[in-house]
Design a protein around this ligand. Structure first.
Ligand code: ATP
Length: 310
């Protein structure tokens, strides 16, 4: 658990982070969104003390982060940034093993971990382990950057625009990989992004920053349904019904009955289902899971679920 208490950073006369307090429960993903210059990166870097706070404190599992030297703190906290920051003259394997090496892991344990992470990120270890970063695509480099941040199994992972430079297809893939890994290791993640879509998809909670202040800290559902200020509403944009639908799965809204035409998977989002209804001109879609018919989902029900929650 990360507890940020009254955290402030002043540069010159300006509080670029201004008395921010928030708690990230263990195993959750907190996504920090806001416009450029709102203080997102500064807030995140105060967690691992890459930036020292002017006032306030950060507790990790109840312990003040000032109680240990910053370099030791940072070995326990994974950190991944846009543009990956890989060492260009070290192989992929050496890059991923950076923190395990610092921690004195033996070679066999490090190598096993490197291979496990490469496999998790769907990069064949035999093919990629000994390459240099320059011999990878941008998306692969980015995945290696995240793998490196996870190498020593940190309980906490900080990510600054980790997928910002990726094309939409690779980005969606990288997001799914991250969610799978987060579920597997129970990592507590703080992720900074400009992209509200990404925040809603990944965040258990979203922190909205503007001019150093925390405007709202709530679940995606709550932020969409009840934005705290006009600025938060503006960040979410006009497609709130579709964003709401994107948060729920077809599996949770199946009705008994039949429908004709191509089925939709129970794991698809309600947004996908609604889009398919509109696109194919159908009032209902059959729902399947592993090839088995489960019932149907109707356009009327989807339209009701897209309405502003009361
Ligand atoms: N070392 C520094 N010295 C002085 N001002 C700084 C320093 N670092 C950041 N700032 C200022 O603090 C403000 C917040 O910066 P920060 O990088 O935290 O914003 P951000 O929300 O992450 O922005 P972006 O989305 O563009 O990365 C900006 O106005 C920036 O110019």
């Amino acid at each position: 658990m990360i507890e940020i208490q009254d955290l402030t950073k002043v540069y010159g006369e300006t509080a670029v982070v201004d008395r921010v307090s928030l708690t990230v429960p263990a195993g959750e993903i907190c996504v920090v969104v806001g416009t450029s210059g709102s203080g997102k990166t500064t807030l995140m870097r105060m967690i691992n003390r890459l930036v020292e706070p002017t006032s306030g404190q950060v507790l990790i599992d109840g312990k003040d982060t000032r109680s240990e030297p910053p370099h030791l703190l940072r070995r326990r906290i994974g950190y991944a940034i846009q543009g990956h920051g890989l060492f260009p003259h070290r192989t992929v394997g050496e890059n991923i093993a950076t923190v395990p090496t610092l921690l004195g892991w033996d070679k066999a344990k490090s190598t096993a971990r490197v291979d496990e992470l490469l496999s998790l990120f769907q990069l064949d270890p035999a093919e990629y382990r000994d390459r240099l970063p320059s011999e990878l695509s941008g998306g692969q480099q980015q995945r290696v950057g995240v793998a490196r941040a996870l190498a020593a199994e940190p309980a906490i992972l900080l990510m600054d625009e980790p997928f910002g430079a990726l094309d939409p297809v690779i980005r969606a893939k990288a997001q799914e990989d991250l969610l799978a890994i987060q579920r597997r290791f129970g990592t507590t993640i703080v992720l900074v992004t400009h992209d509200m879509e990404e925040a809603i998809h990944l965040g258990s909670r979203i922190a909205v920053m503007d001019a150093g202040k925390l405007l709202q800290y709530a679940t995606p559902q709550e932020i969409i349904a009840n934005p705290a200020t006009a600025f938060v509403a503006e960040l979410i944009g006009g497609d709130r019904p579709f964003r709401l639908l994107s948060l729920a799965k077809v599996a949770d809204h199946i009705e008994p009955g039949e429908a004709s035409g191509a089925p939709i998977d129970a794991g698809a989002t309600l947004r996908d289902a609604y889009a398919e209804c509109l696109w194919s001109g159908r009032d209902a879609l059959p729902v399947v899971e592993d090839g088995k018919a489960l019932g149907r989902v109707t356009r009327d029900a989807l339209a009701r679920l897209a309405a502003r929650p009361q």
